[in-house]
Design a protein around this ligand. Structure first.
Ligand SMILES: [Zn+2]
Length: 66
């Protein structure tokens, strides 16, 4: 079993560790399954990540900084 995986849901906002080329870090989840679909809140681009990749890419403990 996976330990303490946050209950993400479609429509949730996530912050990734890496910046998108547009400068954004905030994404909205639009698909949640084996693959996770994310839409960049800044430029609107949509990407898909494998669930594991996604879980690694999310900066869970990092509060947004501006
Ligand atoms: Zn972007």
């Amino acid at each position: 079993m996976s330990r303490s995986s946050p209950p993400w849901q479609v429509g949730h906002e996530v912050i990734l560790k890496k910046f998108h080329p547009c400068g954004g870090r905030r994404w909205t989840i639009y698909i949640l399954g084996m693959d996770v679909g994310l839409q960049c809140q800044r430029c609107g681009q949509r990407i898909k990540l494998a669930r594991r990749q996604f879980e690694r890419a999310v900066a869970r403990d990092t509060p947004p900084q501006y």
